[in-house]
Design a protein around this ligand. Sequence first.
Ligand code: EMZ
Length: 385
Amino acid sequence: MKHSEHQDPFEKARRETGHSEIDDQNDPVTMVLRHKDVRKCAHAWSTFSSEDKPGRIVVPSEVGIRTDRQIPFEVDPPNHGDYRSLVEPWFKRPLESDYQDKLKAQISQLVDDVSQLDSIEAVNAFSLRLQSRALTLLFNVPYEESEIFVSWGTHVFRSEDDPLDSGKAQALYHYIDDKIAEAEKAPGKDLISMLLSAEFQGRKLTKDEIKGVIILTFAGGRDTVINMVTNTLAYLADNPKALTRLREEPEIHNKAIEELIRYFSPLTHMGRVAKKDTEVCGKPIAEDSRISLCWASANRDEKVFENPNEVVLDRKINPHVSFGFGQHNCLGATHARQIMHILLRVLVEKVEKIEHINQKDHVEHWGEFDRKVGYHSIELKFHPR
Ligand code: EMZ
């Protein structure tokens, strides 16, 4: 098996029952595994709610480590839609050419820098930097802020050694409080200033609401983007022909990006809380219990995807759910896709091949399933063209 391959641990359970039970801090979760059911449950927001105790729809639950509600992520319709339309135009800015030019300059510089080195540990020296720098564009703050973002590590408020340690969040929260105070005094053209002046249902947003949007912007696209970028580098190192093909056929980049996002499914699953007694795949789900929508399993569903365990760079039909599905589909998807577009463009332009030296896989454990989601570390050497 190639080191960049990610096997599908869900196949047997998906075929046989379509669900699986896991314990999560004494608050069990029924994982929903089939593409059809995942989409159905994601759609049924009034039965399977995102609006519960803050942190409870995340698996592993963050109830013990935060009390702030992330917005619009942990809000159901109809309020969800109002928050969403308030922030959506901002999150579509990655479609503007000026944004893309800046992102291209950042990624080109990073690739040039790492190409001069003998080898790099790509999670920290490449993906974390790329994500943190690109985030300055999403927030529209000075590039220098990225140094602070880098210092927080791959997850902004979960400690790397102890996922239930609440200490780490405090640094992020203080940072956000300070930035809100600064923007109040001297509004700029950044996301916080925009939120401070925005109207929501005929009133101003509260500080907690603003904080909720900002925490989500920091946390939601952090480990996911880092995993996506690292997995892509590892895949290209492992499959030099794919890099050549992407160089020769720029017209397949759109499809290739969706396919890599499907195959790697950077977020394994997201939870919901049942608002009434119901059932999924014949399994009773009691009111107030949790399910998870397993994007990673749905994305390998053999009923939907031909050769689901292969990366087919120009896959024609690709209804993947890596960015979620329904009302709650990923707010940061435009930004994430743009990162992938520019990354591929810069790599084919500047890099002849990527050499893989060694790696330490990051494997998640969910009950009966072990799922590789990315790398704790991976050493790569970039050979410039
Ligand atoms: C939450 C989540 C959002 C959560 C789409 O995912 O991302 C996770 O990394 C965070 O820990 O709080 O923001």
